[in-house]
Design a binder for this molecule. Sequence first.
Ligand SMILES: Nc1nc2c(ncn2[C@@H]2O[C@H](COP(=O)(O)OP(=O)(O)OP(=O)(O)O)[C@@H](O)[C@H]2O)c(=O)[nH]1
Ligand SMILES: [Mg+2]
Length: 383
Amino acid sequence: MKKSHGDKLKPSDDVTQMSRKGAIARSRSIDHQLNEEREKREKEIQLLILGGGGSGKTTFMKQLRLHYGDKFPDEERRLWRPHVFQNVVDAFHRIISNMEVLGEEIKSDEGKASAQELNRLYPKMCYQRLLALENGIHASPKKNRDQLLLDLPSEVIKLQKDPGVKASYATRNRYPLRLSEAEEYFLNDFERICAPSYLPTIKDILFLRKPTVGVQEMCLTINSLNYRVIDVAGQKSQRNKWIHFFEGVTAVIFFVSLSGFNEMLEEDSTMNNLRDSLQTFQEMTHNQYLTKTDVMLFLNKHDLFMEKMKRFRLAETFPEFRGHNTPDDALGFIKDEFYRRAPPGKSLYTHVSCAINVDLMKTIIENVLQILVDINLRRTGLM
Ligand SMILES: Nc1nc2c(ncn2[C@@H]2O[C@H](COP(=O)(O)OP(=O)(O)OP(=O)(O)O)[C@@H](O)[C@H]2O)c(=O)[nH]1
Ligand SMILES: [Mg+2]
């Protein structure tokens, strides 16, 4: 049949029709992509790790990598060298500060000159400096590379030989500024770290202290399930970023440093570490986005807690504790304090952990994965 004039397709109609078809195809493809994304997200288990600075979140991530990830190949371990050296430098800064407070002297001229050079060339790694350095990675890679400690500074080696420093370090229990666990650990193994061929071991990497800046994500596939694990920075100034990760998470792990019961926060010397944890836990569990989210409470640094309970009384910093000063009573009290801050009926799982212990963490992580699988089945309605 002959087409009427009005039905005739003009070139412009052709184009319109084609672009309409194109638009429909594009829209379908976007829908398809969105559906795939949604399905992927539904299959993905998201685990958010929260907790105060230094409570053990990143160490837990390292254990995940060790048991289910790439296990830190040699070339990766090499990259941890500068961070180990920074921990050693920080330890010497702390020793020198303590000596100054206690009125003790660096004996040799070489030692005195080294202390000055250390201050000038290799400043102590504070959080502000770390933030600036990490930001520098994006702005200028060269600047960052130059600031990395590729070798252990010779000043540290000279200081270590000074008789005054040696004597002071040998009686360091009196130090008003205590060395961190990582610093103690690396100084105990000083000779090994000084070797030019030094390659950090897994244990070194677990002990290392490098505060997280920003957010780190790790994706893992275990038993054909995809996991996205999100590790955030725990210092107070960084916690306002946590909320961006709340929506859609399968579960939260909340890390607590048990040994913090008589410590102040690194970033706020007026706030007790454990009290801060309790308060943060209360706020987090009451957050509107997490009302239905299961929470795993990790009472971490159990090894340090056990040691401390021999020397300190919990009631000194927590007068409301009326039990005997035994690890069991103290642990029971701390756990109850957390539980009573969560909303009634909240699903809570508790693990008492030591994040640097490889064997223990293997078992704990297996347990966590099982809990996550169960939560995921429940959430996707299969259980
Ligand atoms: N002795 C002992 N040390 C631990 C334990 N857990 C973590 N550490 C050490 O504590 C330090 C801090 O641990 P991180 O995992 O970096 O702490 P974090 O929670 O990630 O801290 P931010 O990144 O600042 O939020 C590191 O030097 C770890 O080796 C533990 O259970 N026992
Ligand atoms: Mg961290």
